[in-house]
Ligand binder design. Structure first.
Ligand code: KG4
Ligand code: ZN
Length: 346
């Protein structure tokens, strides 16, 4: 692996992030979160684009200063081309193109989902990187899927959600409980002082390795509406156990399919990636399976779980070594399947 310096830029949703990578070592990884969305209970696309425009230059500058490099040291610029919110992606894409042109360095497009998975190869993401082929449960606010990662650029999606993503389920159920957006980390924190066996919610029955999360959201909603009619303080009095029970159910749904995939494909190298991989219940369940089923598990460091530019720089670096550059006419794309990425001629 060459020691080239790569600048990564991520702007697919509501985090504006820039990172500097040298070899596979992160020199800086800066992110500006957009608190503006909290009051709306979800990301408002137009406000996200505007905040990206305000944040992008300060964030990139900070990443360069923190890495202790100069603009002229940058060998290439990697940016998230998709999937994500188009308006948000356009800000990062346009900025990356202009900077690449002014510095006269190659531009490299990156698939955001592939980046969540390949974040495992950042120098300090894991004590040791996963071995191919490995299974990667990729769980975020927009996606939930089980991927067989055969190589850096050879991945197969074997299962995915047919409706909501796991992170979306955490966030929407949290909203029912009156929690702020994003509710995933809040539910995780509250769960630590609750009893997850108090409330039972039905789990979906789906074939193969596919997921569904809209049913549990609806059953929580009906259950809460019924209980609040009897006792208006029901949520307040039971919040800890409600959060713990929801988290336990969501983690079980995720792990049941991952275990089935590991068994059916006879793969014991198992990783998690994406924002929901920060969840402590999911991390504990992975740890248990390492002991019970002999899995070699890969759980990325917290800063590489939720959206970050370090993972974008990592993929850009792998593409840089292959000489896989984007044309300056490249445009952002809201939908961008990982498998589509590998069908392209190189
Ligand atoms: O990967 P990410 O930052 O953005 C997307 O690409 O979607 O994931 C964000 C999602 C949100 O739904 C958020 O609630 C969830 O990840 N999340 C968590 C935790 N931390 C972030 N969900 C459960 N437990 C957490 N600790
Ligand atoms: Zn993401």
């Amino acid at each position: 692996m060459s020691d080239s310096i790569i600048l990564g830029i991520e702007s697919s949703c509501d985090d504006t992030s820039a990172a500097v990578l040298k070899g596979n070592k992160i020199l800086s990884n800066i992110a500006a979160n957009q608190e503006i969305h909290q009051q709306y209970g979800g990301v408002v696309p137009e406000l996200a684009s505007r905040a990206h425009q305000q944040n992008i230059i300060p964030v990139v500058n900070q990443a360069i200063i923190k890495a202790n490099i100069q603009q002229k040291d940058i060998c290439a610029i990697g940016f998230t081309r998709g999937p994500g919110l188009l308006g948000s992606l356009l800000v990062g894409t346009s900025f990356a193109k202009s900077l690449a042109m002014s510095l006269a360095v190659p531009l490299i497009e990156v698939n955001h989902l592939q980046a969540h998975i390949l974040a495992h190869f950042i120098d300090d993401a894991n004590p040791k990187p996963p071995k191919f082929p490995f299974l990667c449960l990729t769980v975020s606010g927009g996606h939930t899927m089980i991927v067989i990662v055969k190589d850096y650029f050879d991945m197969e999606i074997i299962g995915k959600t047919i409706d909501d993503a796991a992170g979306e389920a955490f966030d929407k159920i949290g909203k029912i409980f009156g929690l702020d957006y994003p509710a995933g980390p809040i539910i995780d924190k509250i769960s630590k002082v609750g009893d997850g066996s108090i409330f039972k919610f039905n789990k979906p029955k789906l074939d193969e390795y596919n997921y569904s999360f809209s049913g549990i959201k609806t059953s929580v909603l009906y259950f809460i509406q019924k209980e609040v009619k009897k006792n208006p303080d029901f949520i307040l009095e039971n919040l800890n156990d409600l959060c713990a029970s929801v988290q336990k159910t969501l983690v079980e749904i995720l792990m049941d399919k991952l275990e089935k995939a590991s068994l059916d494909f006879n793969i014991n190298e198992v990783a998690i990636a994406g924002g929901v991989s920060a969840n402590s219940g999911l991390r504990e369940a992975m740890q248990k399976n390492a002991e019970k089923l002999g899995w070699n598990i890969y759980i990325p460091k917290f800063e590489y779980t939720t959206d970050n530019a370090a993972m974008i720089a990592m993929v850009a670096k792998l593409k840089f070594d292959r000489g896989e550059f984007a044309d300056l006419s490249v445009s952002a794309t809201a939908r961008y399947d990982i498998e589509e990425e590998f069908k392209k001629e190189i």
